[in-house]
Write a protein that binds this ligand. Structure first.
Ligand code: FE2
Length: 224
């Protein structure tokens, strides 16, 4: 057997279930973490939160696991954003924000370059910044044109962004964050996703904080 044939066999025999891809996702996240630890922590939290929302919506196990993986990798495109923009403590200029806005498309292209390995989650990564009213990016999808997995990641993403402290602003109070998400239901966010999230908030929150892997992942990500 030639060396290259051996490599092909490894890829062919790779465990392509979500459980099999999870270590690959963590490895990719740790690469991002080398330049931006916030994104790695944020991505893990978004993944667990999006998974809990997807379960409450009643999606099947395969869809739930895909949404979890999409949560882990939704911001992977930030790897190409220059450090001075990612780490900037103040408000971004128009051109800096334009750079940041490229990350869903970059992440999509990066994951697509792995053949069909991440195929089920490509659209979730690409469209996680679309808005229900069509004013999001990159494709200005509107309403149900937005894949449900992307709409779920969008709510989890916004929640974690608002509840976390950043160098340029303090964290919002929990009640304020929930009110903001509710206020933007039907404009920024998918109304059904918001409804399920708000109605089951306490249960979803305790599922997330009780996630068995959280401490282990946090330690791993902190190694960067
Ligand atoms: Fe993002």
């Amino acid at each position: 057997m030639t060396g290259s044939r051996g490599c092909i066999n490894i890829i062919e025999n790779m465990d392509r279930t979500i459980n099999g891809l999870e270590p690959v996702a963590f490895w990719l996240l740790s690469v991002v973490g080398a330049k931006d630890t916030y994104t790695t922590h944020h991505s893990y939290y978004v993944a667990v939160l999006a998974k809990a929302i997807a379960e409450k919506i009643g999606l099947n196990q395969e869809q739930v696991e895909q949404i979890y993986l999409a949560g882990l990798l939704h911001d992977i495109g930030k790897i190409v954003i220059p450090d001075y923009i990612l780490q900037k403590p103040g408000k971004l200029t128009k051109s800096e924000f334009a750079e940041v806005k490229k990350h869903p498309e970059t992440g999509y292209l990066l994951l697509r370059s792995a053949g069909d390995l991440f195929k089920p989650i490509l659209k979730y990564v690409r469209h996680h910044h679309e808005r229900w009213d069509g004013l999001g990016y990159p494709a200005q999808l509107k309403g149900n044109e937005i894949p449900l997995g992307a709409a779920i990641v969008a709510v989890a993403d916004a929640y974690d962004a608002m509840i976390s402290s950043r160098p340029y602003r303090v964290a919002m109070a929990e009640a304020e964050v929930l009110a903001e998400i509710q206020k933007n239901s039907g404009t920024q966010f998918h109304p059904e996703v918001v409804e399920v999230f708000i109605r089951n908030y306490q249960e979803i929150k305790s599922n997330v904080s009780g996630d068995a892997k959280y401490a282990w992942v946090k330690r791993m990500l902190d190694c960067n």
